[in-house]
Design a protein around this ligand. Structure first.
Ligand code: KIV
Ligand code: ZN
Length: 539
């Protein structure tokens, strides 16, 4: 990147102490986040996440890429119809058919936005688009104009902006703003930039594009070098007014900028940034849990802000300091990001109201039907387990949310096995009114044997790509949560199962994946992640 205007990050672009700039939070968990392999969500899950994002009070939800598939289109349209509060945005390439489709999907929103993008860097121009600089400006302007013919809120992104010649980038930005773009988003598509470069890039745009004040400057940083949050914050310092990010930093490759990191950096270091967001920070942990549960993308324990250990103090010196004065080692309070203090919640005699209360405190909004289903499961669990923790309840709720229109349900199994012995399994499943049973002696162990029995009964053969089991809470009677990723006809599907018995949890997870496959094949839900992506190429 050519340096046109070296600026000292510590000196300019800052506010006086009394001012606080409002930074808009544009969440793209449902679009860029969902593009992450194996993270696709069905319609019901997307609606659940979109509602959680609205509760978190994000400013804009990028709900999907409507031209990508009928499932993407349906999800964006339903979110636009049902979710109130944030602006609902749909992504489109600078092509008439993409823009028309995006508008069809977002038109029912209270406040719709169309986000058009076109790559501008020499690498993309030469190898991907085979277009000249002039052709790209013309296509970008036409895209913005077409989007504006539908709605007044139009965002433009010059894809791979950080590897674009700065003079040319300034020309593109000026042209799309002159065409009417209300937000200009600067993507670091491949996560290549450094914080100082981002600072200089945004400063250059602010200082050299004559009409820049007519649009909000946004940034969209990928995390390939682990710099996405730092790059976004440097851009804010330079004057960016919108940050594009995802919950838990979900996204292509190493992911996008993590929403929770930027939001809490601005809040905790308000003295430095003099900027704020309108995010309800107490909803960060519940939203993180929801997204992790739905996508199966586990949040690392030491993940900033929302990781299980983010506020755990292990070292004696630290514990001693914290007990004397919390601020010795803690710069944020766990309750400010939504960690609940009570861990032990419910028992056998807790009623429906207590359960509903606890679910709300954990950040879940359950419909009466969902509450009934979770309460039934809770009673069954309370018979097996004396103490039910927040984590147990969250797992039951997420299981209910992730539930698809089940064709197959688990009924019972028996397995006998031992060292050096082929396992012998008996399995009973239900399909509607039909009860099906099978027996076999095969497999490498009890889990493999149950998987083979499920394949035999359902007639669906799968390749198991990933299998994980983790304990939801503590104690020998803790529930096991099994997640599987399976490949079926070159597509990846996920499944999750929960039980105090690990083999049963595995069977439920496998069956959950099979139900998703069948729902997908019957066109009930939006699609899974493809092993070989079916998304239209970016152009
Ligand atoms: O990373 C990127 O460039 C994108 C654009 C579509 C904004 O996701
Ligand atoms: Zn991106």
């Amino acid at each position: 990147m050519e340096e046109r205007h070296p600026v000292d990050p510590s000196a300019s672009g800052r506010q006086s102490a009394s001012e606080s700039r409002r930074i808009r939070i544009f969440d793209t968990t449902l679009r860029d986040g969902e593009q992450s392999p194996g993270c696709s969500m069905n319609l019901r899950e997307k609606l659940e996440v979109a509602q959680a994002l609205a509760d978190l009070n994000v400013d804009i939800i990028e709900a999907g890429f409507p031209i990508a598939s009928p499932g993407d289109f349906e999800a964006v349209r339903e979110i636009a119809r049902q979710v109130r509060g944030p602006v609902i945005c749909g992504l489109a390439r600078c092509r008439p058919e993409d823009i028309d489709r995006a508008w069809e999907a977002v038109r029912y929103a209270e406040r719709p936005r169309i986000h058009v993008f076109l790559a501008t860097s020499p690498i993309h121009r030469e190898y991907k688009l085979r277009m000249t600089k002039e052709e790209i400006i013309q296509r970008a302007v036409e895209g913005v104009r077409r989007a504006l013919s539908y709605c007044p809120d139009v965002e433009f992104s010059p894809e791979d902006a950080t590897r674009t010649e700065i003079d040319y980038l300034c020309q593109v930005v000026e042209a799309v703003i002159a065409a009417g773009a209300t937000t200009v988003n600067i993507p670091d598509t491949v996560g290549y930039a450094t914080p100082r470069q981002m600072y200089e890039l945004i400063s250059t745009l602010r200082n050299h594009v004559p009409n820049i004040h007519q649009a909000v400057i946004s940034v969209h940083c990928h995390n390939d070098l682990g710099l996405a949050a730092a790059n976004s914050l440097a851009s804010i310092e330079a004057g960016a007014g919108q940050v594009e990010c995802t919950i838990n930093g979900l996204g292509e490759r190493a992911g996008n900028c993590a929403l929770e990191e930027v939001v809490m950096a601005l809040r905790t270091r308000h003295d430095y940034y003099q900027a704020h967001t309108e995010i309800r920070t107490q909803r960060l942990v519940p939203t993180s849990r929801l997204v992790s549960g739905i996508t199966g993308m586990v949040v690392q324990r030491n993940k900033a802000i929302v990781g299980q250990n983010a506020f755990a103090h292990e070292a004696g010196i630290h514990q001693d300091g914290i007990l004397k004065e919390r601020t010795t080692y803690e710069i944020m309070r766990p309750e400010d990001v939504g960690f609940t203090t009570t861990q032990l919640v419910l028992g056998k005699h807790s009623g429906r109201a207590a359960l509903a209360d606890r679910a709300r405190a954990l950040g879940y909004r359950l419909t009466p039907e969902q509450l009934n289903a979770v309460f039934e499961e809770f009673k069954l669990l309370a018979d097996k387990k004396k103490e039910i923790y927040d984590a147990d309840l969250a797992a039951l709720i997420e299981q209910e949310i992730a539930h698809v229109l089940d064709r197959w349900t688990f009924e019972a199994y028996r397995v006998s096995t031992g060292s050096g012995q082929k396992p012998h399994v008996w399995l009973r499943l239900r399909r509607g009114e039909q009860v099906l049973e099978t027996e076999l002696a095969d497999g490498d162990g009890p889990v493999d044997a149950v998987f083979l029995a499920i394949e035999k009964l359902t007639g669906i053969a799968l390749v198991c790509k990933d299998y994980r089991v983790h304990s939801v809470s503590v104690g020998k009677d803790a529930q096991a949560e099994v997640s599987v990723e399976v490949e079926y006809q070159n597509r990846l599907f996920r499944g999750r199962g929960l039980s105090t018995d690990t083999v049963e949890a595995s069977a439920r997870a496998f069956l959950n994946a099979i139900n998703r496959i069948q729902a997908f094949c019957n066109g009930i839900h939006s699609g899974p992640q493809t092993a070989a992506s079916t998304r239209p190429p970016n152009s």
